[in-house]
Ligand binder design. Sequence first.
Ligand code: HEM
Length: 129
Amino acid sequence: MSATPTEKVDLDSRDNIERFVESFYARMLKDEQLAPIFWDVAQIDLDVHLPHIKDYWCKLLLGETKYQRHTMNIHRQLNDKRSLLPADFERWLALFMQSLEADFSGPKTERAKRVATSIAKNMQNSLSP
Ligand code: HEM
């Protein structure tokens, strides 16, 4: 029996955003290039990190206010330990887009693509020497 393809949904609720973040991180945390930055350099605790990422995207896409941390400073500190290179940003964005394109579509999904592209660009510029 073949599985019924599930319809794509938009990032218009916390539930859907949480599913997206889980799918994005499933890709990122097994990616040869990026996974070591999370596990070895930042030594993240997933139970702490993932809720922050979920709150962050609920803030950007739904206007929730729970996320109140300084993302740029956190990446600046990370960049001091291990430089975040243009190729890393390219990979990060590629995995972000793949995770969206697999299961999501709609206006908020398009907004997430634009926002991620622009934040990644600003972050990369502001970290480059
Ligand atoms: C080269 C690309 C990137 C890499 C390798 C990367 C890696 C990481 C790592 C390792 C952490 C955990 C840091 C820590 O807890 O010490 C982190 C946190 C985070 N990243 Fe990135 N990141 C990248 C780009 C981005 C971009 C473009 C965004 C936003 C669009 C973003 C959003 C976040 C957020 C919201 C956090 C949580 C910060 C917190 O603890 O509140 N990252 N990132």
